[in-house]
Each structure stands twice: as structure tokens, then as C-alpha cells.
Design a protein around this ligand. Structure first.
Ligand code: SF4
Length: 93
């Protein structure tokens, strides 16, 4: 999977999608100091508008990838592609 720079821009409520926590978060001091500061994915503050996070992304997205809608990004990241023939649930015994 390619390593992609995700430019997470805060929405009107100051929220972004956080890959580390796999949730929508308010990008406040608690998030910045409690999570982003030590996060290996942290790659910048998006020019003061959010957080840039670099991680392996299975989707066909550009690099850098602008993320202005954290809710849509959260939904998209709950989907996982399976290899052809793979089973999501093991068969019953
Ligand atoms: S840098 Fe890490 S902790 Fe901060 S928003 Fe990105 S993925 Fe989440």
C-alpha cells in the first residue's frame, strides 16, 4: 500500500478524522498533546488548519490527499477490501 499524506482540514466544528484512534476527533489541545505529539503518523499542521497524517492507504487516493469532511472520511475508512475468494466470516464448523 502506498504511504499517503492525508491533509486533514478541520471542519466547521473543529473536527478531523484521526487514523490512530479511528474516530472523528475535535482537534483541540487534548488531541494535539495527548495523541498527535507522539503519533508516528504526524507530518504537520496543514498550515494551521488541521493535521497532516502519513499512513499506508489501500484506497486509490492522490498524494497528498485533502480531507475536508471527517465524517465521510470516517465512513470510507470502515470499509475494507477483501481479496477475491476471501471470506469475511469463517464457515460454521
Ligand atoms: S497525527 Fe496521529 S493522532 Fe494526530 S490526527 Fe493524525 S493519526 Fe490522529
Amino acid at each position: 500500500m502506498p504511504r499517503i499524506r492525508h491533509v486533514n482540514v478541520q471542519d466547521s466544528q473543529g473536527r478531523i478524522y484521526c487514523c490512530l484512534r479511528n474516530r472523528i476527533v475535535t482537534l483541540d489541545e487534548r488531541q494535539r498533546s495527548g495523541f498527535c505529539r507522539a503519533c508516528p503518523m504526524y507530518a504537520g499542521d496543514a498550515g494551521g488548519r488541521g493535521a497532516e497524517c502519513v499512513w499506508d492507504d489501500w484506497r486509490a487516493v492522490p498524494d497528498p490527499y485533502l480531507v475536508p469532511d471527517p465524517a465521510a472520511e470516517y465512513r470510507c475508512n470502515q470499509q475494507r477490501k477483501l481479496k477475491p475468494g476471501a471470506m469475511a466470516v469463517p464457515p460454521a464448523p
